[in-house]
Write a protein that binds this ligand. Structure first.
Ligand code: C5P
Length: 215
């Protein structure tokens, strides 16, 4: 049996990790999971259910969660993102979403040649033994500019300053939390996308992967 390809990516918000993960997934035929969307989904539940929101509700919703549900526009707002980064500090919430991520990482659908996950604790917790580990980053203004452009193109009402504020807040939450904080593990390859186009960044990653895969 051919060895499955596994790719783990961590990154602060809006650094381009999702874009690169999609390009890599397409090129190498990998199953892709944007793990941030799961935390956004839980953040969305917290906003929607307010007082009824509790661990039992989250467990039930995650149990019935289809990957398709994670592609919905309702998960993209700054508000959902900020609430996501708050609930993501909760140990019990992280435990509930852990198995869903592990399943996607280690048991991708059979028609794929492996899996690729991106998030905040993928290289350090979820896929510690991944064949490839990347830490993708960019300076904060570039990240805010890109996310603002993206939200605008999706007709989501916001301003550059609002996006910048939300990203700063999330960086603070994600880098400083006690459980599974965002960090670059020693064995991850650093990719700074600040001055790279999507294509040149992809080619850089592809070069690294092809070398190891003997393509
Ligand atoms: O990647 P995205 O910006 O959509 O993630 C939303 C939030 O979910 C992050 O700011 C972070 O707090 C949380 N998250 C996490 N662990 C992951 C992925 C996302 O804590 N693996």
């Amino acid at each position: 049996m051919k060895k499955q390809i596994s790719v783990a990516i961590d990154s602060p918000a809006a650094a381009g990790a999702g874009t690169q993960a999609k390009l890599i997934a397409k090129y190498y035929n990998l199953f892709y999971l944007d793990t941030g969307k799961i935390y956004r989904f839980v953040g969305y539940l917290k906003i929607k259910y307010k007082k009824e929101f509790n661990y039992t509700l989250v467990k039930k919703k995650i149990k019935n969660l289809k990957v398709k549900e994670l592609q919905k526009k309702k998960l993209l707002s700054n508000k959902v993102a900020t609430v996501a980064s708050i609930i993501a500090k909760d140990k019990k919430i992280r435990k509930i979403v852990h198995n869903f991520q592990k399943k996607c990482a280690y048991k991708p659908p059979k028609n794929f040649s492996g899996s690729i996950l991106d998030g905040r604790d993928i290289t350090s917790v979820i896929m510690k033994d991944a064949m490839f580990k990347f830490f993708i980053t960019a300076n904060i203004k570039t990240r805010a500019k890109r996310r603002f452009k993206e939200l605008k193109s999706l007709d989501i009402k916001t301003s550059y300053n609002e996006v910048l504020k939300s990203i700063k807040k999330r960086d603070k939450n994600d880098y400083n939390r006690k459980i599974s904080p965002l960090k670059k593990t020693k064995d991850s390859i650093l990719i700074n996308t600040t001055n790279l186009t999507k294509r040149s960044c992809f080619l850089k990653i592809k070069l690294i992967m092809d070398k190891k895969l003997n393509f």
